[in-house]
Design a protein around this ligand. Structure first.
Ligand SMILES: [Zn+2]
Length: 466
């Protein structure tokens, strides 16, 4: 079966292929940098990372653009409250986002672009909309006239035909009940940051940012536009209304949206005390790759119930895979090939790939892997694993990790390098040979304190990070 995705626009699962050649032109809405990203945001970014890695796995090239929204209502308000410029205020949270992304092993998009560096493009887009009669001015602000775009509502599948013409909204976020003509260019209020432009002083609305930047870098029709379900309306609906009014072409062929996340079965909120950033979880001792695993393990269109138990299970699952890999790499196996197990390995690769081709069914892909790990461990315990089964099994793990990327442990800051660990293990072996057991025990303790676990086997000492 071919690679296919559920398309929010058509409400169908469709076979995916890029429009032109082998390159996927993808736009994902990045963070609004007024705060640390919470795990709900990070679920969306992790889904987008799995998506891009799977496209790469399937042999496509990526041209992926993500924006950084560094001007909006909240940013302007918060920066003013702290007496900082927008740039000063957003730098801290932009940096934090990049750190979190790196910790979660999110591959950097080909381009990361800031809204404030694309004001002329946004002004130009608004001018084009005005030429085509899609805008009007009220109190110095420019609004988009949704009654001019009969397809308004086609992404969120809402019928807006009864909306009162001329009713306006000038905030960036609102719900379906308040669907109104939305603001493209906001006239500055007293003391607010603004840009001088051909359409008067002001600043862009959130929605025009994404239309202008997506089309600048990716052309008039994107292959994929992705984000969280919370962006379907109004943000993505408005992006379509703007872009298609300008070009008269489909703005994006595939719209992919990841579901919400609950924490311990409740809506996450600061007041409920169940609000987490990645930093909170790291401070509690959870490695970022454990968070990544949990976020990635539930298929993106299912609601994810984020729990501390789930995190613990994720850590156990990663450990199980790392131990299996270590066993594959370091145990000695009799020469030859276990044909039946080889067949199982190939079947696991097939199931893994078919599951991810099926709208990124990560849960099925993981199940295929773990079934194989169980069978292989059983074969090892029964001395039925052969040297010839080693490489195919490692290849399966490599394929898995190309997408999930959790097998490499996060190096603790100030931790021991691999070379230093090896050195200490050599020293410990020498101490043992000279019957200096006090020293050999001391080294084991030292390593344990540094998070290194030793295991003495017939073939020598092997080690892993905690
Ligand atoms: Zn956007």
């Amino acid at each position: 079966m071919a690679l296919r995705f559920y398309n929010t626009l058509t409400q169908q699962v469709e076979v995916f292929q890029p429009l032109q050649g082998n390159t996927v032109r993808m736009y994902t809405c990045g963070p609004t940098v007024y705060n640390f990203a919470h795990i709900g945001n990070l679920r969306t970014f992790t889904f987008e990372d799995i998506l891009r890695r799977w496209l790469l796995y399937r042999g496509y090239k990526m041209d992926h653009v993500m924006n950084i929204t560094d001007v909006d209502d909240k940013i302007i308000r918060n920066a003013a409250a702290e007496h900082k410029s927008l740039a000063e205020y957003t730098a801290k949270y932009t940096e934090a986002f990049l750190e979190d992304s790196a910790a979660l092993r999110l591959q950097p998009p080909e381009k990361m672009v800031k809204a404030t560096q694309h004001i002329p493009e946004m002004v130009a887009a608004i001018e084009k909309l005005s030429e085509r009669g899609f805008t009007y001015v009220s109190d110095g602000s420019v609004y988009y006239r949704i009654s001019k775009f009969p397809e308004y509502g086609k992404l969120s599948h809402n019928d807006f035909t009864g909306i009162r013409a001329g009713a306006r909204v000038d905030v960036d976020e609102y719900d379906k009940a308040n669907a109104r003509d939305f603001v493209l260019w906001k006239a500055p209020k007293d003391g607010e940051v603004f840009w001088e432009s051909e359409i008067g002083p002001g600043r862009p609305g959130w929605h025009i940012e994404c239309s202008a930047m997506a089309m600048k870098y990716l052309g008039e029709t994107l292959d994929i536009h992705a984000g969280g379900v919370d962006l379907i309306f109004p943000h993505h609906e408005n992006e379509i209304a703007q872009s298609e009014a300008i070009t008269s072409k489909p703005f994006a062929r595939f719209w992919l949206h990841s579901e919400f996340l609950n924490v311990e079965s409740h809506k996450m909120s600061k007041s409920a005390g169940n609000f987490y950033t990645l930093r909170d979880l790291q401070a509690e001792g959870y490695q970022a790759e454990v968070v990544r695993y949990l976020l990635a393990s539930v298929p993106y269109r299912k609601k994810l119930n984020f729990t501390i138990d789930g995190l613990k299970s994720a850590a156990v699952a990663i450990d199980r895979l790392r131990n299996f890999k270590l066993r594959l790499e370091t145990d000695k196996y009799p020469e030859g090939l276990n044909e039946k197990l080889l067949e199982r390995t190939h079947a696991a690769v097939r199931q893994f790939e078919e599951s991810l081709d099926d709208d990124l069914n990560t849960a099925e892909a993981l199940a295929a892997l773990f079934e194989f790990v169980r069978d292989a461990n059983t074969a090892m315990d029964a001395s039925e694993f052969r040297a010839g089964n080693r490489a195919p099994a490692l290849d399966l793990l490599e394929r898995f990790d190309r997408v999930f990327d959790v097998l490499r442990p996060t190096q603790a800051a100030g931790g021991l390098s691999d070379a230093r660990v090896e050195e200490l293990i050599q020293e410990r072996a020498a101490a043992k040979r000279s019957r200096n057991f006090a020293r050999s025990d001391q080294i084991r303790e030292e390593l344990l304190d540094a998070g290194i676990i030793l295991e003495d086997t017939k073939e020598g000492t092997r080690w892993k990070r905690k």
